[in-house]
Design a protein around this ligand. Structure first.
Ligand SMILES: Cc1cc2nc3c(=O)[nH]c(=O)nc-3n(C[C@H](O)[C@H](O)[C@H](O)COP(=O)(O)OP(=O)(O)OC[C@H]3O[C@@H](n4cnc5c(N)ncnc54)[C@H](O)[C@@H]3O)c2cc1C
Length: 455
């Protein structure tokens, strides 16, 4: 089949596309629309926040600046006249999805999956038990979580989950202040981590080393921390001969775990290191226990049965003053949009929700995959939209597009933040940076808007 993106498609009318969400999925979708339709498309990218880029800004770890640099690519898309950033507008609150559908030929929901999945365990609402969206949002300066104020006064923290987000949280808790040099961790988090009494970070996984969803680079980083030492109980590791059956990336990850198993018993500690990161495999959390805040977590030992973790009935407790659940996310429902409750995302058939309404990225497939996974997703949805729009014929839909939205925004007195305004926010954040840091983020929407309004 011919590649629809190999050249700009000739059209007789301009397509009006609304994308809701300015994370990777939103920007790759805009990039694909530009590639397909060139000057014959106008794309508006809406975001609740006055700042763009979704989890690139508020999810990707602050000490992984090279990964955050992908936003420069999105900027190339953002800075063309045919694409607009429409920040500080929440779809479903300020403007409804049916209103957008009346104005644009296609509406694409790229709203991500910003809510923590619940553990579903007794005690999970105790103070100092957080989901990773909150904890990560706190150290990354997301306005919704800037006030989280986690207590770091107990010597043990437990992290539930065996994916890369669990590793991010463990690393942030374990790093020394000096190791944040060059990162954009926000000042309130850096200061609070500086007072931390945490000396043991336990990472709980229901299954074993062969079942982890941690990538080799992120896992390997734990072996090079200045004051922390990763440990694995050698008894949890399968026979080395079994590693041969793993796919190469997973095999590399398991090789790191085997190296961590040589760090000696936890009681001996690692020479010169004062923080232990202990992997506790075959361990399923059962309850969180405490009075005014979490004090302990009850865990059941598991074993594998056909790849699934099953409880053995043996339980034990880990005293812990902070618990972070890194077990996945779900999309926020939006009024008038069909929702798949079990899947935690919009109900869709390969991105199609209803005529003229689509979804992409984490809002379509759930919280899986890397930043790059969203690129083919964005291109695929534009291909589907092109197919669907083709039925409009040479006349087009006659929808109002941008001017129609601008009129609505004026009637509702919405304070839209444009890309040029964001550049002013960014400039102020760069100017406020501490030595060595790329920026000091504003963590309050009001402060972002104030910076955007400055001449
Ligand atoms: C903690 C964490 C760390 C990660 N680290 C990495 C990493 O190192 N490398 C990597 O490759 N991947 C990483 N990922 C995965 C990567 O961030 C995702 O693949 C990607 O961000 C998903 O893109 P998205 O556009 O679907 O969603 P998001 O990035 O979440 O963007 C959604 C956007 O929609 C906006 N929005 C939501 N609702 C509305 C609404 N109603 N109206 C208007 N706007 C709305 C949000 O404000 C947000 O800007 C990480 C993920 C997490 C959670």
């Amino acid at each position: 089949m011919a590649d629809p993106f190999s050249g700009v498609e000739e059209t007789l009318f301009v397509r009006h596309i609304a994308i809701v969400g300015s994370g990777p999925a939103g920007y790759y979708t805009a990039e694909a629309a530009l590639k397909l339709w060139g000057d014959n498309v106008r794309v508006d990218i809406f975001d609740t926040l006055p700042v763009p880029f979704g989890l690139i800004r508020s999810g990707v770890a602050p000490d992984h600046q090279s990964i955050k640099a992908v936003s420069r690519r999105y900027e190339a898309t953002a800075l063309t006249d045919n694409v607009r950033f429409v920040g500080n507008v929440m779809i479903g609150r300020d403007v409804s999805v049916p209103e957008l559908q009346n104005l644009y030929d296609a509406v694409v929901l790229a709203t991500g999956a910003p809510h923590d999945r619940k553990l579903g365990l007794p005690g999970e609402d105790l103070p100092n038990v957080f989901g990773s969206a909150s904890f990560v949002g706190w150290y990354n300066g997301h306005p919704n979580f800037a006030d989280l104020d986690p207590l770091l006064s107990h010597d043990t923290a437990v992290i539930v989950g065996n994916g890369n987000v669990a590793l991010d949280c463990a690393r942030i808790l374990a790093k020394s202040q000096e190791e944040f040099h060059g990162s954009d961790i926000v000042a309130h988090a850096l200061e609070q981590l500086g007072t931390s009494k945490i000396r043991r970070v336990v990472i709980l996984g229901r299954r074993g080393p062969h079942q982890i969803a941690m990538t080799p680079k992120e896992l390997g980083e734990l072996g090079h921390l200045a004051r922390a030492c990763p440990m694995v109980d050698p008894a949890d590791l399968p026979d080395p001969a079994e590693d041969a059956a793993l796919e190469p990336g997973q095999r590399k990850s398991v090789t790191h775990l085997r190296a961590f198993a040589q760090n000696g018993a936890e009681s001996e500690g690692c020479a010169g290191k004062d923080v232990v990161i202990a992997f506790d495999f075959f361990a399923a959390p059962k309850a969180l226990i405490g009075e005014s805040r979490v004090e302990e977590i009850e865990v059941e030992r598991t074993r594998l049965d056909g790849g699934k973790a099953v409880g053995t009935g043996e339980t034990y407790r880990i005293p812990a003053g902070l618990v972070i659940a890194c077990i996945g996310y779900q999309t926020s429902p939006i009024p008038d949009v069909p929702f798949d409750i079990a899947g935690g995302r919009f109900a869709n058939d390969e991105g199609r929700i209803a005529p003229g309404l689509y979804c992409v990225g984490w809002a379509r497939r759930g919280p899986t995959g890397t930043i790059g996974t969203n690129r083919p997703d964005g291109y695929a949805i534009i291909e589907k939209i092109a197919e669907d729009i083709a039925v409009l014929g040479d006349e087009g839909s006659g929808k109002a597009g941008r001017p129609g939205f601008d009129q609505l925004a004026e009637e509702r007195a919405l304070h839209v933040v444009k890309f040029a305004d964001w550049k002013k926010i960014e400039e102020a954040e760069t100017a406020n940076a501490r030595t060595g840091a790329p920026r000091e983020k504003f963590v309050a929407v009001d402060h972002m808007i104030e910076a955007a309004r400055k001449d």
